[in-house]
Design a protein around this ligand. Structure first.
Ligand SMILES: [Ca+2]
Ligand SMILES: [Ca+2]
Ligand SMILES: [Ca+2]
Length: 242
């Protein structure tokens, strides 16, 4: 007996392929309000923590998250005298200085989680710590810098000391974290993907910009037409937020 794939199965199989492309360009996905959290933390060897003063909506099923380090400063000591702060921002590996990605909701989700060591082994350590940046379940941005090790750094202190090995006394790190809630598949903007959204998309199905029934809210990838790519995205997220 030959089994024949039904139409729905075919559609979903096709949708799965198109979905990958749809994810790449979610140009007109419903978005919540972006939260931008500036942080400015200094450690003299102790663990330091940051909690954002505001929260991002925690009901989304996808988030755009970024982090950026805009300032890295160190103070050092030599023979009991403190020097600095020295701006060493330009010594951050560009790959570590900023990052952007999308994260599955609902929160919590982690934006950055790494064991930082500068410089790399086997050089003697200047700064070492576990750094975690995340959005907690309530939508607040959190940073934890723990297991801090302040080591030594060769610094040119000028006359009369010249270039000497100093002890790192404190490290200051400042920058921003941002989080934007995304509601892909939500046509009517009520933060779920249900039958109303499907109906709205189907009402605009196979229309393009200029057609009376074209609905830009259903054209998730902003391709100018409401088509299979958009339907695929809606189906991929169907039931979210309900
Ligand atoms: Ca909806
Ligand atoms: Ca709804
Ligand atoms: Ca489209």
């Amino acid at each position: 007996m030959v089994s024949r794939p039904n139409d729905r199965g075919m559609l979903l199989a096709t949708a799965g392929v198109v979905f990958v492309a749809a994810l790449v360009a979610m140009a007109s996905v419903a978005k919540g309000q972006t939260q931008t959290w500036p942080y400015d933390l200094t450690t003299a060897g102790e663990d330091v923590f940051y909690t954002s003063p505001t929260s991002v909506a925690n009901d989304a099923w996808l988030y755009d998250g970024t982090y950026e380090i805009t300032l890295l400063e160190v103070t050092v000591s030599y023979q009991g005298i403190t020097f600095g702060p020295f701006d060493v921002t330009d010594q951050i590996d560009p790959n570590d200085q900023s990052g952007e990605d999308t994260y599955d909701g609902a929160p919590p989700f982690t934006i950055y989680d790494d064991h930082v060591r500068y410089p790399d082994e086997p050089d003697p350590v200047t700064f070492e710590a576990d750094v975690v940046m995340y959005v907690d379940a309530d939508g607040y941005g959190q940073i934890a810098i723990t297991n801090v090790v302040l080591g030594t750094a060769v610094v040119d202190l000028g006359w009369p000391f010249g270039e000497v090995e100093t002890q790192v006394e404190s490290v200051r790190i400042a920058g921003t974290i941002t989080a934007t809630p995304l509601y892909p598949g939500d046509v009517d903007g009520d933060h779920d993907v249900d039958l109303s959204d499907l109906s709205a998309l189907l009402a605009a199905y196979n229309t393009c910009d200029g057609d009376p029934l074209y609905d830009p809210a259903a054209d998730f990838d902003a391709s100018g037409c409401v088509d299979l790519a958009d339907l695929a995205q809606l189906l991929a997220y169907y039931g979210e937020g309900t």
